[in-house]
Write a new protein. Structure first.
Length: 255
């Protein structure tokens, strides 16, 4: 038997994929018959559920422990981890929630989950120097329009047109009291990590559009045009100042 066959068989036995109907090979059948294997299987599943609960704290705060762990149990068996480092586990949890029947009366939950995921990705992203306002101010106007500014590796941003996802998420992350008068309108969020800790701030639609364009390789002139197309009344200098202040943009590579 090849080692990879043993590893694949053991993994499928620990977290059986949904719809699996093929009988296990004889060697695995004998292993499954051991009383201790059920304990091992439960331990692995619990570890994945614990990781998902830890990686989605705002979702946990909104729905409670029992609901989240029951949902996580279903997710784990449909989407077992592919990496032993569980700190990054749960990449598809937001999509799963949006198609999960018991969450149908919580339509904002997927958007909140995406911000929890943004925090994890920002926390785990590579370090890099941030773009400084002094460097940008030194560029001649004709060169500024043609600059291709890139988001910092740890920068994440999301626009949610239907729900106040940022403030729902922020309340849980910052331990703020629930606002019963919260305006139910679209919001954007910006998460950055210019130094050691992840930071977050509200981001207007134009800011999300500008970062989308920068990430796609657009020139600054084109990115600014897309931002103004998303929200024509945008104060572009103030928006750029926000991105610089939060460390959302990466310093240019040295020539």
């Amino acid at each position: 038997m090849r080692l990879s066959d043993f590893q694949d068989g053991l993994a499928s036995a620990l977290l059986p994929p949904p719809g699996a109907s093929a009988p296990p090979p004889a060697w695995l059948d004998a292993l499954l018959a051991q009383p201790g294997f059920a304990v091992y299987r439960n331990t692995v599943a619990k570890g994945c559920i614990d990781a998902l609960q830890a990686n989605y704290p705002a979702v946990h705060a909104l729905v409670g422990t029992d609901w989240l762990r029951a949902t996580a149990h279903a997710f784990v068996h449909q989407h077992p981890p592919t990496d032993g480092r569980l700190m990054g586990y749960g990449a598809g949890f937001a999509d799963f929630l949006e198609g999960f029947g018991p969450a149908a009366n919580l339509p904002y939950l997927g958007a909140v989950a995406r911000l929890d995921r943004c925090w994890t990705e920002s926390h785990l992203a590579a370090d890099a120097p941030t773009l400084q306002a002094t460097w940008l101010a030194q560029q001649p106007p004709e060169a500024l329009a043609l600059l291709r500014l890139h988001p910092h590796p740890a920068t994440r941003w999301r626009w949610c047109a239907e729900h106040p996802a940022y403030r729902l998420w922020q309340c849980q992350r910052d331990g703020l009291p629930w606002d019963t008068d919260l305006p139910w309108q679209g919001e954007g969020a910006l998460l950055t990590r210019p130094h050691d800790a992840v930071q977050w701030a509200p981001l207007p639609h134009a800011g999300c559009a500008l970062l989308d364009a920068c990430a796609a390789g657009a020139t600054f002139e084109d990115a600014a045009a897309q931002a103004l197309q998303a929200a024509p009344a945008t104060n572009l200098p103030a928006l750029v100042a926000l991105l610089l202040r939060t460390g959302a943009l990466r310093a240019p590579e040295p020539c």
